[in-house]
Design a protein around this ligand. Structure first.
Ligand SMILES: [Zn+2]
Length: 464
């Protein structure tokens, strides 16, 4: 009898916070600066140097915690996480362990099948390690490298870690959640969250279990994933390999894995037996963080309309899938701008998604020009066409609505002559028939007449 398996996925997301200076010193944060030019006794761990927490980083963390529905701690404690590695000059990382700044929260991603609800375990503040570059060797990893270099510019960058509950059940769900989380982080202005620059990274925990099974089986941790595509493919590979192992009757152990996108395979990095004991203890050089309620409320007031809420709203216009893509790519405001100019929502969405350089002001201005000068059909046609190519007003201004009275008069006269019965009915007091006559004129002019002008001219001519 074959077993149906389901995936169990949890994420640990790291985002570099957008601050001018590092977490515990006044060194500037500058992406791409020459190596080891932004260092000082604090971030290089010279004896006697003392850390001072970055206020803005604390505010950013609280703000994101609020957006994720987290409880904000009244008493958060920095702790030392001890381990030895060349990118960590102190021999410990300052993090938060038992008392994180943000506690339990929840995020709901709206989909056509209802909300996908993802529990947030915690969100805490820590400092990033320095950057190690392994030179020589084939793999770019430490094993087989000729030598390694360390750039301490990154050491001490404020880092926000968001840990989810193991609530995700597929690679697509994980992808959907992660992209929405990224958009939320970006909109709050707390991080640039760019995977390609390393300012957003994720550790992905994956296990499988039989459908209906309670509890969890040993998980594999895919470390330091920095591409949405690789995260999706890494999860799929982990699920595939775990299911295959269980079907062969094997047992699995909790391990850390590296995902190789070239081979689409996972290789074991280290197993649980080798896992570190970090010997956490409260950082004696820092007092606990006790955010005053006024600060929390001030930050709460700064949070605008959140992406998940906007998806739910826009889904009513264009369906969940397109609404999600619009919001997750940060294009929904542009689409709304065009929709406000009378462009159909779906066409507006396509233009916003596909014509990024051309938006937002230009497209809205274009829609205004077209709306004032061409027929409604031409306006919609122009923006429907814009899904595949850049549009210009010139292409459509030829379809100008005819409002010149002398040009419309022959068509109106022809319609009145051709429909004597309706004319009589109107003059008999049934004004509702006017709509029919306007429609006939529109037909006569191939849809190019300005209906407002036709309406007025008909009324004048029908006056007894
Ligand atoms: Zn420094």
């Amino acid at each position: 009898m074959s077993v149906e398996y389901e995936a169990v996925i949890g994420l640990e997301v790291h985002a570099h916070l957008k601050t001018r200076t590092k977490m515990f010193c006044r060194c500037a944060l500058e992406y791409g600066a020459p190596e080891n030019t932004h260092t000082c006794p604090v971030c290089l761990a010279h004896p006697g140097a003392l850390p001072v927490p970055n206020e803005r980083a604390i505010e950013h963390t609280i703000k994101l915690g609020l957006a994720l529905g987290c409880e904000i701690s009244e008493h958060a404690v920095f702790a030392r996480k001890n381990y030895f590695y060349p990118d960590l000059p102190k021999g410990y990382q300052i993090s938060q362990y038992e008392a994180p700044l943000c506690g339990r929260g929840v995020v709901a991603v709206p989909t056509a099948d209802g909300d996908e609800v993802v529990g947030i375990t915690r969100a805490h503040l820590e400092e990033d390690a320095a950057k190690t570059v392994h030179a020589g060797g084939a793999t770019g990893r430490s094993v087989g490298a000729d030598y390694s270099l360390v750039d301490f510019n990154r050491g001490g960058t404020p880092l926000l870690e968001i840990v989810t509950e193991p609530d995700l059940r597929s690679a697509e769900q994980a992808d959907r959640f992660l992209r929405l989380l990224r958009q939320t982080i970006v909109e709050l202005g707390v991080s640039d969250a760019e995977m390609e620059k390393g300012t957003l990274r994720a550790d992905v925990n994956v296990s499988v279990r039989a459908h209906g099974e309670q509890g969890f089986r040993p998980r594999w941790e895919l470390k330091n994933m920095n591409s949405f595509t690789f995260i999706r493919r890494g999860i799929e590979a982990a699920v595939r390999e775990q299911v295959a192992a269980y079907e062969r009757g094997e047992t699995l152990v909790q391990s850390t894995y590296d995902y190789d996108p070239d081979t689409d395979r996972l290789t074991v990095h280290r197993s649980k037996e080798e896992a570190d004991d970090y010997r956490y203890f409260p950082e004696p050089d820092l007092v606990p963080v006790e955010p005053p309620p006024e600060l929390v409320e001030r930050l709460r007031a700064q949070i605008g309309d959140l992406p998940a809420a906007r998806i739910a709203r826009i889904a009513a216009e264009v369906g969940h899938e397109l609404a999600y893509e619009l919001v997750a790519t940060g294009n929904d405001a542009r689409a709304a701008l065009l929709a406000g100019e009378g462009v159909e929502w779906r066409a507006a969405a396509n233009v916003a998604m596909n014509q990024a350089p051309f938006l937002p002001e230009n497209a809205a201005a274009l829609a205004q020009i077209l709306r004032a000068n061409v027929t409604r059909d031409a306006l919609q046609a122009s923006f429907a066409a814009a899904a595949t190519r850049v549009i210009s007003a010139d292409d459509y201004l030829g379809q100008t609505a005819v409002s010149d009275e002398s040009a419309l008069e022959p068509a109106i006269d022809a319609v009145l002559a051709g429909n004597p019965q309706q004319v009589e009915t109107y003059r008999g007091g049934k004004e509702g028939v006017l709509g029919f006559l306007v429609g006939q004129v529109m037909k006569e002019t191939g849809g190019k007449a300005d209906p407002k002008v036709v309406n007025r001219l008909l009324r004048e001519k029908l006056r007894p």
